[in-house]
Design a protein around this ligand. Structure first.
Ligand SMILES: C[S@@+](CC[C@H](N)C(=O)[O-])C[C@H]1O[C@@H](n2cnc3c(N)ncnc32)[C@H](O)[C@@H]1O
Length: 281
């Protein structure tokens, strides 16, 4: 290992970060250390590997270590990196909104399949957060007219920044999805808060200690949404909702009782039941 006096090679810095993050309970510590160094140095992971023996400049080292320390406090990797991939988009991510999850990509896939044949579907994303769902739909169905609603002003600020950065036009509205919402929609889609208050302590520190509480915990919010969506959906319009593990069967019964039909549950990529969709009669 060739190291100039007092400087540390990338290889050694990565090994140190791997060890530091492992000790702090980060599961894929080496992989995450590489992502953090890639981000701090502005290099791809391949480029890191091609230059492992190069010494880090003091600036590079400081930048990387600051991010490693943040991750060591179990701040979500997506917040530390400041951006995260979601379907075809790269979204800005920070503590104003939930980190978009891979399982939510399944929700988007189902939503897109249901509006595929409509030229200009009217879509409501209820509880938009970073804007992941609303923006992915606008991106993948260019005719879609998407309204992104959230009760959090901070989250909507992030949605706006993401819409601008992605060059996508969506309408932003601040409001309560349980309250009055203007408009008629072919699709109401949502990843609502569905964690029960008593479950919060069982969650990983990244979620429990860092993500906005109002994005996570919501008693009765998915149910209130199904009720509200009856007034918003055109006949034959679709409600598509992501839920926590084990909540789907009861929700399917609940929406059937409300008068929805063609109720279907779709699993996520790990085979866990995840998304409930239902057609308003
Ligand atoms: C689980 S997060 C989902 C964020 C984003 N849609 C995603 O999938 O990554 C739920 C979002 O709903 C918002 N929210 C919570 N309660 C709400 C309510 N009653 N009305 C409107 N938005 C609400 C939160 O601020 C948060 O942004």
């Amino acid at each position: 290992m060739s190291e100039a006096q007092g400087s540390v090679s990338l290889r050694r810095a990565l090994a140190g970060a791997d060890e530091y993050l492992s000790r702090r309970g980060v599961e894929r510590a080496r992989f995450e250390a590489e992502l953090i160094f890639s981000s701090a140095l502005g290099l791809s992971r391949i480029q890191l590997y091609m230059d492992l023996d190069r010494p880090l400049t003091p600036d590079e080292r400081e930048r990387a270590l600051e991010l490693v320390e943040r991750r060591g406090k179990r701040e979500p990797l997506a917040y530390v990196l400041g951006e995260w991939g979601f379907r075809r988009l790269t979204l800005k991510t920070d503590a104003r909104a939930l980190v978009p999850r891979p399982e939510t990509e399944i929700l988007v896939e189902r939503a897109l399949a249901l509006i595929e044949k409509l030229e200009q579907p009217r879509v409501l994303d209820a509880g938009t957060g970073s804007g992941a769902i609303a923006l992915a739909i606008a991106d993948e169905h260019p005719g879609a007219r998407v309204v992104a609603l959230d009760s959090s002003a901070e989250a909507l600020e992030l949605t706006r920044e993401n819409a601008e950065a992605c060059g996508l036009e969506i309408e932003l509205r601040q409001g309560d999805l349980r309250g009055r919402i203007e408009g008629e929609f072919d699709l109401v889609v949502s990843n609502p808060p569905y964690v029960l208050p008593e479950e919060i302590e069982t969650l990983e520190p990244e979620v429990r200690d860092w993500e906005p509480r109002e994005a996570l915990v919501g008693v009765g919010v998915p149910e209130a949404l199904a009720g509200r969506a009856r007034e918003l959906l055109v006949p034959g319009g679709w409600l598509v909702v992501e839920l926590g593990e084990g909540q789907q069967a009861a929700y399917a019964v609940f929406v059937s009782d409300l008068g929805y039909e063609a109720v279907t549950i779709t699993p996520d990529l790990t085979g866990r039941e995840r998304v409930v969709e239902a057609r308003w009669a």
